[in-house]
Write a protein that binds this ligand. Structure first.
Ligand SMILES: *[C@@H]1O[C@H](CO)[C@@H](O)[C@H](O)[C@H]1NC(C)=O
Length: 355
């Protein structure tokens, strides 16, 4: 039998094939996942217990047997902790907490000599530490890290595997360390070890976060010294949907995260927190379910803590193409994994008074 000139059996096969391709396409494109995601605005409350943070904290502080316990605490043992890093008579204005990888010795050395240099100003106290995970398979690498730690006393290391999907652990480790040992720090700047930073612009930004750099170009009467004691600032993303495309590095199945959008989040490569926001974010992180993307995890915790992230364009999560003039107001720019490039940019900007 024939149907439009195609034998029926072959036509049937053709349809099966067609349906198979259609279903594969739907599956891998994630289209059906987009369609079946729960509306964020209608369903998302908190990622973790739904009680308010204040309720949870007060219950935790009372520590009754029936009271609430944290659901997500950083509990890996520290190899190096350097609790004395924040001990100082006068308050520390700025603490860089640099997320680094064990083998990036040269990047750390260059950071110590450029934007992370602690004695840049006599009247502004700055500190720099590096967060490291662990590599259980390379004892030689660990010996080199130990030497570095003994020399510089700025390595904070804990025993979890240093890998991309463990970045959330590194963020939790940073919050844990800063919360417990750095009460007298005003601002914490979390940053990856492949960034260019202008310390000068960071300090200028902190003087008036909502009006930087306008207030430096012309006098803005209401703006000068607009101190923000609840600050969480960086490059902010609002209303972004999870990636449901199966082959992406950032693929997230509905079973892992069922909502249509992420909470507002700050890209995790570079962000700054006031002490008060750090404390609130730390408490909130204890009651936020673990999530493998650090920026999303912190966004969930910020929502729980009721912190509204502040966006600024001069936190570049991509590399801003380098030029002497173009970097005048840059606070942070990604893409400086090459220490020589970092040194050149830093030296040029410093000579121009921008770093
Ligand atoms: C994260 O670190 C823990 C502790 O070392 C380890 O068990 C786990 O496999 C690591 N996860 C990833 C994705 O590397």
């Amino acid at each position: 039998m024939k149907f439009f000139g195609i034998p029926v059996r072959r036509k049937c096969c053709f349809y099966c094939w067609y349906i198979f391709v259609l279903f594969s396409f739907l599956y891998y494109s994630g289209l059906q996942e987009y369609l079946f995601a729960w509306s964020y605005s209608r369903h998302y409350i908190h990622w973790g217990p739904e009680e308010s943070l204040q309720t949870l904290i007060s219950q935790m502080q009372i520590r009754e047997a029936s009271g609430v316990k944290p659901i997500n605490e950083f509990s890996y043992p520290f190899t190096f902790i350097y609790q004395e890093k924040c001990r100082s008579k006068e308050p520390i204005r700025l603490m860089y907490i640099v997320k680094s990888a064990m083998h990036n010795f040269e990047n750390r050395e260059m950071i110590r000599n450029t934007w992370g240099y602690e004695n840049k100003y006599i009247d502004v106290s700055i500190r720099t530490v590096f967060l490291l995970g662990y590599d259980f398979d390379s004892p030689d690498l660990q010996i080199k890290v130990e030497k570095e730690a003994n020399t510089h006393k700025d390595i904070i290391q804990a025993e979890f595997i240093d890998s991309y999907y463990n970045n959330t652990l590194k963020a939790m480790m940073g919050l844990h360390w800063a919360f417990h040992y750095c009460e007298n720090v005003k601002y914490f700047f979390f940053v990856d070890d492949d960034y260019y930073i202008s310390t000068r612009n960071v300090l200028r930004f902190l003087r008036s976060p909502l009006n930087y750099p306008k207030y430096l170009e012309k006098f803005v009467a209401s703006a000068v010294n607009e101190y923000q004691d609840q600050l969480y600032a960086g490059f902010v993303f609002n209303n972004v949907s999870p990636i449901r495309w199966y082959f992406s590095k950032w693929y997230v199945p509905l079973s892992e995260y069922p909502y249509s959008h992420w909470p507002t989040y700050v890209t995790a490569g570079a962000y700054v927190l006031s002490r008060k926001s750090l404390v609130n974010l730390y408490y909130a992180s204890l009651f936020t379910k673990f999530f493998r993307f650090d920026d999303i995890f912190l966004g969930m915790a910020a929502k729980k803590a009721g912190i509204k992230p502040v966006h600024h364009n001069e936190f570049h999560f991509d590399k801003k193409p380098y030029s002497l003039e173009g970097y005048k107001w840059v606070i942070a720019s990604h893409g400086f994994a090459d220490p020589v490039q970092l040194l050149n940019a830093y030296n040029e900007q410093r000579s121009a008074g921008n770093a």
